[in-house]
Design a protein around this ligand. Sequence first.
Ligand code: NDP
Length: 283
Amino acid sequence: MTDRYAVFGNPIGHSKSPRIHSLFAAQTGQDISYQAILAGKEGFVAAVHAFIAASDGLARGANVTVPFKEEAFRLATRRTPRAEAAGAVNTLSFEAGAVIGDNTDGAGLIRDLKNNLGCDPAGRRVLLLGAGGAARGAILPLLLEGPAELVIANRTEETAARLALEFANSFTRLPGCAVDVKPDGMGFPDLAGRQFDLVINATSAGLSSAALPLPTSVFALRCVAYEMVYGRETPFMAQARANGARVADGLGMLVEQAAEAFFIWRGVRPHTEPVLAALRSTS
Ligand code: NDP
């Protein structure tokens, strides 16, 4: 009996998740199927229920991508602490009538930084650009790594300030959380004269090829610049390169968040290096 999984999104045609999970399954000998499902903008919940109903009791889980992560958060009957902190769910597990919601994006980012790029956020001055869902999902995982500081900067300054305050006030409530750095929130102009060792672009500006109005000072010597967008050279990547930073795109994060979801569902952690290499060789 083949356990069934899916990824829901809109659009979904571009999704690499079916390929990633089929490579994981082949590597670990797991008998699963994984399909991409396009849900109507107002039809996410109905699409999940239809998938479960059509799977004869074999639907075990799903990934969720843009624009449904907040709706998946509300659909979940139980949520992990990191999903609560992110306010969004990208991984659902279907267990005996319960729908468990998790968020593996932040864990994927940290694994890519530490394991694939050799960039440990511990002790580094970290700048997180953006204050949307991807940024929100990254904040707690980054704080838990013990950076020297964490600054959140956003085009709409108030959103960054609100997000920073929210985490500064609430992260101590999470179990096992021993963080002593409180994030600061600001607008891009406030970054003038400040330097960071790790700059993470969690804005969607790269999707529209818009440049960010970043002061060049933000890229410290030996800075790592991480772009969450993948599959293209964005203006942020070009700007970081021009200022001497080591640049990475978000493909590793995509593969690592998928590996974390696979581990949640199957209890087996796949090796990500060959999967990442396979994706890079064909992208
Ligand atoms: P959201 O729509 O929730 O947030 C978008 C953010 O980008 C906001 O902070 C917004 O600022 C900012 N922004 C948008 N356009 C511009 C611009 N032209 N200049 C400056 N800031 C801008 O998106 P998400 O947080 O969900 O996703 C962000 C990016 O991360 C996407 O590109 C997505 O593809 C990528 N991502 C990659 C993943 C991976 O695995 N590699 C996983 C998850 C996301 P404002 O508040 O001012 O509107």
